[in-house]
Each structure stands twice: as structure tokens, then as C-alpha cells.
Write a protein that binds this ligand. Structure first.
Ligand code: CP
Ligand code: NVA
Length: 301
């Protein structure tokens, strides 16, 4: 049997992704009704975190517990991963003892290499290149608030980063148009843009990108690992703040999303999170439900 991994959204087909998101909403309803559903009894997940996290750690750990399983937090500080044990050896050892592995790290290649040597499914919980788990929650949130996203226009404002790359993948898989407004020098991976050029448009104008949009999304200006660039990035991104005024250029029923953590006064105005168009806390909660659907998809046959 071939093992399914979730390293980018492309690891699932459009049909599988849509089914998974519908299932996420069902799992949310099951939890809200207080029903016990434990399909992962005695299953164990290793969670390797080389970067900080609140939402990802809490949602995966809570999700495994709610499913009757167990999640194990591993940090490179306290394991041999931080002392140079080869990834291939670590992958063989860890995957021989657990049922699924989740990794948050810098290099996307590390996750690819780990998966190549793993005997169990591997989930990318954020690399410098992609953040596919967040997209599951974002798509679930859009479907729950507004229904079908196919044919809609989504706008990305800010850095052409890991989240932006996952939005480009989502544009193809969910069939929506993606307007990206980023400052010069902060474009997303142009090979990825080129592959999806019939759906993706790049502009230097947040106003142009926001006009006629159904969903506006942004993210921090300096991602984890770019802390030293913070001051310089604040200058480069100064015209790229999402505010209620920018949202007014979008369609009437447009939503605002941010994967969080957010910096009020930087990528969003101080009042943006409290605007009625903001669904950021639903988006955060849906990390739990969407990842439970992902775990069920990968582990329950
Ligand atoms: N959005 C997100 O992945 O949050 P954390 O960094 O808190 O996990
Ligand atoms: N782009 C951000 C997302 C955090 C969830 C980062 O990589 O730090």
C-alpha cells in the first residue's frame, strides 16, 4: 500500500480536498454536539517543531486527544535532530514507532526527505515554502461562511511567502482567481506563478488587487526566520496594510482572513480584526476540525 503524505496541497486531488473540507465541517458538528468519536484510539503522532507555534500545536495535539490518540511534542533542542542525526535515519526510527508524523521546519526539502524515508504519513505543518494545513482551514472557513469558492476572486496582500505559495496551489485546486499584491523584491516563487498563470495575477497595487475581490488575505511582513529583516520590511511593505478602507474596494460580501499571529498597525490596521468582515478566529478554530479531517483521511482506511 502506498503511503499518502501531505507536504503540499497538491498531494490531494481537488475531489479529495473538497470531500475533506466537507468532512471537517461534519467533525465540527460532531464535536459541537458533544459526541465522542475516537477513530484513532491507540494511534500516536510525533510533532516535530523547529519553529514556534500556538495554533498548529494546540490544534494537532487537541485533535489527536479528541480522536482517542496521543500526540508527542519533539523539539530539536531535546532530541538528536538538533545534534545532527541524519534526517533519513531519524525518519526511519521515528516512523517505526508512531502512526503519523507532523513537521514544522525551515527547509521544505527536509520534509520531503523525511517523507521519503518514513513508513508512515508525514504532514507539513509549515516550511519556508508552504503552509498547506492553514489552507484547509481557510477553505473550510470560506465554504462555511459563503459557500462555493470556485470562480471567485481571492486577493493576497503582502509577502510572496509560504502562505502565498499555498494560496497559489489552492487557486488551481479550488479553481479561483488569485490577485497578488506584493512590493517589488517580495514576489512569490515565479515558477509556481508561471505554472498557474491563467489564474494568478501579480500587481504592485493593493487597491487594484482588492477591487472586485471576494476574499482578502494577508500575513506577517517578516515570517519566522526573518526576524532580522523586520525593520527593513516595515519600510518596504508600508503601503501594503489591509484596513477596512481597503476592504471597501472588494465586493460587498467579501471576507478578511489572516492565518495569525497578526501585528496590528503593521500588515493590518488596528481595527481590521474587529471588522465584521473578519473571520480570523473562525479560521483559527477550523485548524482543529480541518486537521482532524486530514488525520482521518490519512489514517483511517
Ligand atoms: N497560523 C499558524 O500556523 O499559527 P501558529 O504559528 O500559531 O501555529
Ligand atoms: N508566514 C508566517 C506564517 C505563520 C503561521 C511564517 O512563516 O512565520
Amino acid at each position: 500500500m502506498t503511503i499518502r503524505h501531505f507536504l503540499t496541497l497538491n498531494d490531494l486531488s481537488s475531489t479529495e480536498l473538497r470531500r475533506l473540507i466537507r468532512r471537517a465541517s461534519e467533525l465540527k458538528a460532531i464535536r459541537n454536539r458533544g459526541e465522542v468519536y475516537e477513530p484513532l484510539k491507540s494511534k500516536v503522532m510525533s510533532m516535530i517543531f523547529e519553529k514556534s507555534s500556538t495554533r498548529t500545536r494546540v490544534s494537532f495535539e487537541a485533535g489527536m486527544a479528541q480522536f482517542g490518540g496521543h500526540a508527542m511534542f519533539l523539539s530539536p533542542r531535546d532530541t538528536q535532530l538538533g545534534r545532527g542525526e541524519p534526517i533519513s535515519d531519524s525518519a526511519k526510527v521515528i516512523s517505526s514507532m508512531v502512526d503519523v508524523v507532523m513537521i514544522r521546519t525551515f527547509s521544505h526539502q527536509l520534509v520531503v526527505d523525511f517523507a521519503a524515508n518514513s513508513s508512515v504519513p508525514v504532514i507539513n505543518a509549515l516550511t519556508d515554502e508552504y503552509h498547506p494545513c492553514q489552507l484547509l482551514a481557510d477553505m473550510q472557513t470560506y465554504f462555511e461562511h459563503r459557500g462555493e469558492i470556485q470562480g471567485k476572486t481571492v486577493t493576497w496582500i503582502g509577502d510572496g511567502n509560504n502562505m502565498c505559495h499555498s494560496y497559489i496551489n489552492a487557486a488551481k485546486l479550488f479553481d479561483f482567481k488569485l490577485n497578488i499584491a506584493c512590493p517589488e523584491g517580495f514576489d512569490p516563487n515565479m515558477a509556481l506563478v508561471e505554472e498557474n498563470k491563467e489564474r494568478v495575477m501579480i500587481t504592485r497595487s493593493p487597491q487594484e488587487a482588492a477591487t472586485g475581490s471576494d476574499l482578502i488575505v494577508t500575513d506577517v511582513w517578516a515570517s519566522m526566520g526573518q526576524e532580522e529583516e523586520q525593520k527593513e520590511r516595515e519600510k518596504q511593505f508600508s503601503g501594503f496594510q489591509v484596513s477596512p478602507t481597503l476592504m471597501d474596494l472588494a465586493n460587498k460580501d467579501a471576507l478578511f482572513m489572516h492565518c495569525l499571529p497578526a501585528h496590528r498597525g503593521e500588515e493590518i490596521s488596528v481595527d481590521m480584526m474587529d471588522d465584521p468582515r473578519s473571520v480570523v478566529f473562525d479560521e483559527a478554530e477550523n485548524r482543529l476540525h480541518a486537521q482532524k479531517a486530514l488525520l482521518e483521511f490519512l489514517l483511517v482506511k
